[in-house]
Design a protein around this ligand. Structure first.
Ligand code: G1P
Length: 287
């Protein structure tokens, strides 16, 4: 069975970017000319996903507007012969079948994912968290789907994280199966460094079997007094194999202020139209 559905949780309050996110979803913060969430949607599409459910919440309407048609803007661009821009704008709204459901209360990532149960049904599905942008020829989600198709079990993308970041991630204890792949023996949400089972963090890309929903239902509030997806996965791995996969690619953590700025600078340096001017400016700053 192919993995065709993806869930993008986007109900979080974005407190790390306040006050900017007071009246604007953090998923709409731009990386140069596109909001963060567009990169995530594009990754899903490039991975073979054809049905996306975005979990939104209060104050997130800008996301729905963004992926909708915009007749006035399109007419304006047409009248002013801005064909290239017009095509870009039209492409955004015709990218993929996008559905929305609201998480009424911000009770945590696990609870947000549970909102997707009816939509997902009995199929395996992908989850992409909006803060992580991963750049690679074979998209990270596609890499996970490939692992799923080979082993028919849930798999999450993992990466080594620095000591001072361990307490910001779901941290796994893995038993190597083959190069880059391990069986999950444990997973703990945001452990203090001293209690962490390793330095390998889950980085916001998952392919999960639908049994995760029952596991989340049995999950009590955990770290931060929230219902955690990590705790659901911990239950899941008790009766189904769950793998951790060291994905290929470069990850930008745009949920972190430094990571966000790094992503913008690096994306700009990779853009031939921006590179020279930016380099010149950066050099003048450090003189
Ligand atoms: C979430 C997950 C955590 C994961 C992280 C990856 O945390 O709960 O397990 O490691 O995303 O970015 P958040 O960053 O939403 O606090």
């Amino acid at each position: 069975m192919e993995v065709k559905k993806a869930v993008i949780p986007a109900a979080g309050l974005g407190t790390r970017f306040l006050p900017a996110t007071k009246s604007m979803p953090k998923e709409m913060l731009p990386l140069i000319d596109r909001p963060v969430i567009q990169y995530v949607v594009e990754e899903a599409i490039a991975s073979g996903i054809d049905d996306i459910l975005i979990i939104t919440g209060r104050g997130k309407r800008a996301i729905e507007d963004y992926f909708d048609n915009s007749p006035e803007l399109e007419m304006h661009l047409q009248q002013h012969h801005k064909e290239a821009l017009l095509k870009q704008i039209q492409d955004i709204s015709s990218m993929v079948d996008i559905h929305y459901i609201r998480q009424k209360e911000p009770k945590g990532l696990g609870d947000a994912v549970l909102r997707a149960e009816k939509h997902v049904g009995d199929d395996p599905f992908a989850i992409l968290l909006g803060d992580d942008i991963i750049v690679n020829d074979v998209p990270c989600t596609r890499q996970l789907i490939n692992v799923f198709q080979k082993y028919r079990c849930s798999v999450l993308a993992v990466e080594q994280v620095p000591d001072h970041k361990v307490s910001s991630y779901g941290i796994i204890k893995g038993k190597p199966v083959e190069d880059g792949l391990c069986t999950l023996e444990d997973i703990v949400e945001k452990p203090p460094l001293e209690q962490a089972p390793s330095n390998m963090g889950a980085i916001g890309r998952y392919v999960l079997t639908p049994e995760i929903f029952d596991c989340i239902k049995q999950t009590k509030r955990g770290a931060g007094n929230e219902v955690q997806l990590t705790d659901g996965i911990r239950l899941l791995k008790g009766f189904q194999k769950v793998y951790g996969f060291s994905f290929h690619g470069r990850r930008y953590d745009t949920g972190d202020q430094v990571g966000y700025v790094q992503a913008i600078v690096e994306f700009a340096l990779n853009n031939p139209e921006l590179r020279e001017n930016l380099l010149e400016h950066l050099k003048s700053l450090v003189k």
